[in-house]
Design a protein around this ligand. Structure first.
Ligand SMILES: [Zn+2]
Length: 164
């Protein structure tokens, strides 16, 4: 357990600085219990804005939950300082975009959904509320990290780039 990195691999065209926005951004994950190996069937989300106190004064976590199978209490915390944007220079490479502090569980799958923003490479136009869900084309996992492949062909700047 401990710190687990979430990596993203993407193809960005005309946009850069792809990032999750706000404290209410939902990281959709599937969790695996480190005790019994049970993997949650449903997507669960965790948010920076949520903070649950851990028993025995051991700090706090973004989510605390009891495993349905073995009843062990596990927790996961978003490490806000580790959140990094994905830039056009990162294209086609896995990049860590966030790390989670995991106690008793580990995330095994990630589904990017709504709430991302990006900006135009040349225009610097901000594109807000991007939903990546339809753009995901494959899922890969590497050791110690959950990986995802996202493809963004065009986002908003198609017209202006064709005029040039
Ligand atoms: Zn369990």
């Amino acid at each position: 357990m401990g710190k687990i990195a979430l990596q993203l691999k993407a193809t960005l065209e005309n946009v850069t600085n792809l990032r999750p926005v706000g404290e209410d951004f939902r990281w959709y994950l599937k969790m695996k219990c480190g005790n019994c190996g049970e993997i949650s069937e449903k997507w669960q989300y965790i948010r920076l804005m949520d903070s649950v106190a851990l028993k025995g004064g051991r700090g706090s976590a973004s989510m605390v939950q009891k495993c349905k199978l073995c009843s062990r209490e596990n927790s996961i915390e978003i490490l806000s300082s580790t959140i990094k944007p994905y830039n056009v220079e990162d294209n086609e490479k896995f990049k860590t975009i966030v790390e989670f502090e995991c106690r008793g569980l580990e995330p095994v799958d990630f589904q990017p959904q709504a709430g991302f923003a990006a900006e135009g490479v040349e225009s610097r136009t901000i594109f807000s509320d991007i939903n990546l869900q339809e753009k995901v084309r494959d899922l890969g996992a590497s050791q110690g990290a959950v990986g995802h492949v996202v493809e963004i062909i065009f986002y908003g700047e198609q017209d202006s780039s064709m005029e040039r």
